[in-house]
Design a protein around this ligand. Sequence first.
Ligand code: HEM
Ligand code: HEM
Length: 208
Amino acid sequence: MSGMVSTKTRYDAVAIALHWLTVLAILSLLAMGWIMTSVPPGSATQFMLFQLHKSVGITVLALTVLRLGWRLAHKAPALPDTMPPLEKLAAHLGHVGLYFLLFAMPLTGWALVSTSPFNIPTVLYGLVPFPHLVFPAALGSKAALNADFVNAHFIGVWLIVGLVAVHAAAALRHHFVLRDTVLTRMLPRFGPSRPGVAEPRFRHGESR
Ligand code: HEM
Ligand code: HEM
């Protein structure tokens, strides 16, 4: 992602829409994940929540493919010049880590469902039958693979929770402490757009 910076002052509408749709999806997946693993096993509620979790999770995979494609084709606005190089590096590594987890979470989820002894079909949003992944026997027994994918999915949960917490805290620090445009340029701007007009906001290090 480094090297992909520009003189733009804001993220574009597509990047913003995909960012916040993803946030909504992840928060609902975490809630569903925890609820569905604590309701009575085998209940209709559990079945419904599993199907919804799988549907929204696969949606995140699709959104992330689109998003990464969009991101590689469209530069991101440069971080403020006044940011220390180590902080810029931390921001980039954080974003790379988030992208990694946005792929790893759905893929480990899909893989664990595909190797489950229950072998329950996935029907996205009750409408679209979704296939299971097939793993070559050389990779190990189905049961062993399933245990590994479940572990990876559960470890990923804590990694994404931790990274998102740091990421959100950093965004809030930029807005409320450093008072730069790093948060607002990722927020939707409603009302008429004013092309070419820079946002009248404080810059990093500027006195108030
Ligand atoms: C970004 C995407 C995802 C997130 C954030 C997420 C999050 C979670 C969470 C929080 C849990 C509960 C963990 C626990 O009980 O401690 C969970 C469990 C589970 N997830 Fe996901 N998930 C995602 C994608 C998927 C996908 C795409 C699938 C399947 C297609 C899936 C299938 C499952 C299943 C079957 C369980 C229950 C596993 C078990 O109890 O053995 N997840 N997920
Ligand atoms: C599930 C939660 C979240 C995920 C997975 C996520 C993921 C990401 C990713 C991957 C980027 C990099 C975008 C790019 O340049 O390609 C990004 C940027 C950003 N996110 Fe999030 N985010 C989440 C939640 C939040 C929250 C809660 C906030 C605000 C409090 C936030 C504020 C921002 C901001 C301001 C940027 C732009 C940073 C910059 O200008 O370099 N994000 N997010």
